[in-house]
Design a protein around this ligand. Sequence first.
Ligand code: ARG
Length: 432
Amino acid sequence: MVHCISDMTTENHKLWGGRFEAGLEKWVEEFGASISFDQKMAEFDLKGSIAHVIMLGETGIITKDEANQIKAGLEELLAEYKDGKIEFDVSNEDIHMNMESLLTVKIGPVAGKLHTARSRNDQVATDMHLYLKAKLGEVIAKLANLRKTLVSLADEHVYTIMPGYTHLQHAQPISFGHHLMAYYNMFTRDSERFEFNIKHADISPLGAAALAGTTFPIDREMTAELMGFAKPYSNSLDAVSDRDFILEFLANSSILMMHMSRICEEIISWCSNEFKFVTLSDTFSTGSSIMPQKKNPDMAELIRGKSGRVYGNLFGLLTVMKSLPLAYNKDLQEDKEGYTQAVPCECIKKRHIKEKLERCGLTDSFKKKTFLNFKTDTEHQKQAKLRAMSYCKKFKEEKGSFLLTGKPGTGKTHLGIAMMMQLVNQNVGCRY
Ligand code: ARG
């Protein structure tokens, strides 16, 4: 049923409290509340309500005057929220009821009309879509920064030769730039996955009401457009119970964190005494008073470790969703804590990886461990060298420059040992 509330939430009278005589037991109130974590969606709750009330006024479901009063109140709340002036109250259960109660204090009983033709079920789903859309924009922008960093580092290290590994055994010499570009490719795919995620986040559930729509003559296209969504959901049951867009985000974040854990694992190994490839900057390493030889790569370890939590969030929500009957069930309140955690965004902050790589000195042994350890005079390699030389010659004649690493758009992403040696030995100039 869709509510048109005129008497408001008071201490003993909940939004839904119509036929209830007794108040809730304290523990039920506390156990059922989500305000401690869903307050992260406060801004989006207000923006969704503003769109809803504009539509209520435009369609004549409430009067223009009522709509204007409510809208002005919501805008004030938004400004107060941004100034950090709002305090939430657990007795109001969630962000939606808190906002409605705050609005009532501000503008009086007319606030109750905001909930006309709307249920918390479509409201919460709307908030989550808005929240995720903003978050996706943030992750994609941060990934773009990280990818830019990797390209410029790779550019600087075209000639930095390092051992390439298979089975963690020296395999073939590679360019450090080439190694870094492998991560660039991973983060590019991550970014594409998040881009695709936008498609499923960009649909408005508002208007589905509790589960079956409403008899009020609402305009779902209008609210969708006002909130910047591509379109409304085509099925109201799906609108209130779909959490695929969140699962996709958590799955994409898990793959991203897996990539992060791989690059961090390499950084950690490279600063060990066994590898001695890099020395990390003092400013983000920790030490030990009783083992002064130690310089711990804590930040890389922590990012590697945090991937566990992100996988956990994915599995947590998959398990909540499994076998859940249509449409809204309170289980769905468990969908928020995981996806609102800042983990992936925090970890891909430019400075985390960028500074780690830029400010880690490459040690001498990084360079020594390159050709010296490779036998380069086998028949196979002589042949490879000859092939590579003729390739280089031909390529240079045709294109006027060499392409070395996996720079985007260049096509050639792999150079064999011999070609690499050729370039290094002859100190052939190269540019992209
Ligand atoms: N706090 C609730 C949630 O996060 C909002 C929806 C409540 N709806 C209901 N019918 N109890 O899921």
